[in-house]
Design a protein. Structure first.
Length: 177
C-alpha cells in the first residue's frame, strides 16, 4: 500500500519538482540526479510524512530545496543558489535561439528584483504552481502571494522594453496564466 501511494505521488509531482530543480541548477543531468535524490529521501521518510503539517507538494518542495542547497554547498560553494536558475523553455532549439536575446533581457531584469519576488515569478510561471500551492510552500496567505506576484510583475514591467514584456506576456498566456 505504501509503495502504491508513493508511486502516485511520484507520478503527480516528479515533473514539477524536476522543473523547480532545473531552474535552480541550469543543467539537465544535475537536475535529474537531484530529482532522484529528492524522491529517494522522500521514499525513505514517507512513513514520517504528516499531512497535518502541510501538503505532499510543500513537503516535496522543501526536500527539493534542501537537496539543491546541499548540492551547491558540495559543488559550488561560491555560488548563491537563489541566483542560479534557467528561463529556457521546452520549445524547439531554433525557437529558443530566436528568443535568446529577449530571454536574457528578462533574466537580467529578474536579477534586479528581490529574491522573494523572483522566486514567486518562477514558481508561478515556470513551475506552474497555483497561488494556493505557493502560499503553502512560502508560508504566506494566498491573497498575499497574489498581491506580491502582481507587484513583482508591475516592477518587472518597468525594467524591460515593451517588446520583451509582450513576449513575456505571451509566455504567461501560453502557460494558461
Amino acid at each position: 500500500m505504501k509503495n502504491t501511494r508513493f508511486e502516485e505521488v511520484y507520478d503527480e509531482y516528479a515533473e514539477r519538482i524536476y522543473r523547480f530543480i532545473y531552474y535552480k541548477t541550469y543543467h539537465t543531468e544535475t537536475a535529474e540526479d537531484i530529482l532522484s535524490q529528492v524522491f529517494l529521501k522522500a521514499y525513505e521518510k514517507w512513513g514520517s510524512y504528516d499531512p497535518g503539517k502541510g501538503s505532499v507538494s510543500s513537503w516535496l518542495y522543501a526536500i527539493a530545496g534542501n537537496t539543491v542547497i546541499d548540492y551547491y554547498r558540495k559543488k559550488r560553494p561560491a555560488s548563491d543558489i537563489d541566483d542560479v536558475w534557467d528561463l529556457s523553455s521546452d520549445e524547439d532549439i531554433q525557437i529558443d535561439a530566436e528568443r535568446k536575446e529577449q530571454m536574457e533581457e528578462i533574466r537580467g531584469s529578474l536579477e534586479k528584483i528581490d529574491r522573494e519576488q523572483r522566486n514567486l515569478i518562477i514558481m508561478r510561471i515556470w513551475d506552474e504552481l497555483s497561488f494556493s500551492e505557493i502560499a503553502e510552500i512560502t508560508g504566506k496567505s494566498e491573497a498575499g502571494c497574489k498581491m506580491a506576484f502582481y507587484r513583482a510583475l508591475k516592477k518587472l514591467k518597468t525594467l524591460i522594453t515593451l517588446s520583451v514584456f509582450l513576449q513575456f506576456a505571451l509566455l504567461l498566456y501560453k502557460r494558461k496564466f
